[in-house]
Design a protein around this ligand. Structure first.
Ligand code: SF4
Length: 358
């Protein structure tokens, strides 16, 4: 059983972070924020996929001004990501950003930071102190030699103290490294050091496979230890894929469930239907479904019926046919050509009846 570290709770828009709130799933747009139309289109796709908080990069005043119009067209809270220029942080909040991510150490000194804090207090906007390996201050690096876990924590806590000095505690912290083990150790240390909510992530994790593995190892271990209140899995891919990976990770740790769980076999010489094609189409289809269900798509009758029987809806391939199981009971035999359509039809009936009972 996971015993969650009790952190303070903050709110990004309507989404609570920390305390007993569900672990929130985030992503970041990769569009030009100044292009309102494409940014909104991407956020809406992410919302459909289950994204709960979105972050956008704010590189100039035009991007900060665009926030207002973007917010009018989306429903999830928006965080503005700012480096170096404190005026952009202030402008973002004036234009409706519900959270800002800054590195207080690179925002231009304490006077400018104080102005950002004043704006955050006025607009009731939490700040994420976002430290990563590349942003550790020179004197801390000199002390630790490298961006070690201890160095990351020292940098984060120095920045947190700066905010606290200005009586600002409406914050969360991230300390990201591209190294899996450094990430794990850094968050473990940080979690002992304070009770602010933590935003987890492995920075520059890589493409779909490498990024998924690195992030799942690091974040999976941390979440299993009860550390972390919100997270993003960074992938060099369409951010919609990040959301899919986030929810699979939460499901695998039995923390949160969203949509059907698909069990499918790798196939072997016994498989006599095109299972790859079928499983791929089913996997794509279920991304549109919120209802938690267990479905199985199996290649043959050796292990197939066993798994399929455990599922709410399952199929096991035969010679040019598929055998459908519903709630553990053999339901019917279907020709391979009709298998996808029949399976999806049954799935839709099942999700509709589930929704009625929720
Ligand atoms: Fe092979 Fe059948 Fe197992 Fe799939 S379910 S891996 S086809 S034995």
């Amino acid at each position: 059983m996971i015993i969650r570290k009790q952190t303070r709770q903050i709110k990004i828009g309507h989404v609570p972070i920390g305390g007993n709130a569900p672990i929130a799933v985030q992503s970041m747009t990769n569009t030009d924020t100044r292009n309102i139309e494409t940014t909104v289109a991407q956020v809406l796709k992410l919302e459909t996929a289950g994204c709960e908080i979105i972050r956008v990069a704010v590189l100039d005043q035009e991007a900060a001004s665009a926030i207002q119009s973007i917010r009018d067209q989306i429903t999830i809270p928006l965080i503005a990501d700012i480096h170096f220029d404190h005026r952009l942080a202030i402008a973002s909040m004036e234009n409706g950003a519900q959270g800002i991510r800054i590195n207080p150490g690179n925002i231009g000194g304490e006077t400018k930071l104080a102005k950002v804090i004043d704006a955050a207090k006025t607009h009731h906007v939490p700040i994420r102190v976002g430290v990563n390996s590349g942003s550790v201050e020179k004197d801390i690096l000199a002390e630790f030699g490298h961006p070690t876990p201890e160095a990351l924590v020292a940098s984060a806590m120095r920045n947190v103290r700066l905010l606290e000095k200005h009586n600002f505690t409406d914050l969360k912290i991230s300390i990201k490294s591209s190294d899996t083990l450094t990430t794990i150790d850094a968050y473990r240390l940080l979690s002992k050091e304070c009770d602010y909510p933590l935003h987890l992530g492995v920075t520059e994790a890589g493409g779909l496979i490498a990024g998924t593995v690195k992030s799942s190892v690091a974040l999976g271990m941390l979440l299993y230890e009860g550390i972390g209140d919100t997270f993003r899995i960074s992938l060099t891919r369409d951010p919609v894929e990040e959301i899919r990976v986030c929810f699979e990770l939460l499901r695998s740790l039995r923390i949160r469930e969203r949509g059907p769980e698909l069990i499918s076999c790798p196939t072997c010489g016994r498989c006599q239907i095109n299972l790859f094609g079928l499983a791929e189409k089913v996997e794509a289809y279920i991304q549109t479904i919120d209802t938690p269900l267990k479905i199985a798509v199996m290649g043959c009758v050796v292990n197939g019926p066993g798994e399929a029987k455990e599922a709410d809806l399952g199929l096991a391939g035969g010679n040019g046919v598929g055998i459908l199981f519903k709630k553990g009971k053999l339901y019917k035999k279907v020709a391979e050509e009709e298998l996808y359509d029949v399976f999806i039809h049954e799935l839709n009936l099942m999700t509709a009846s589930r929704q009625k009972h929720i």
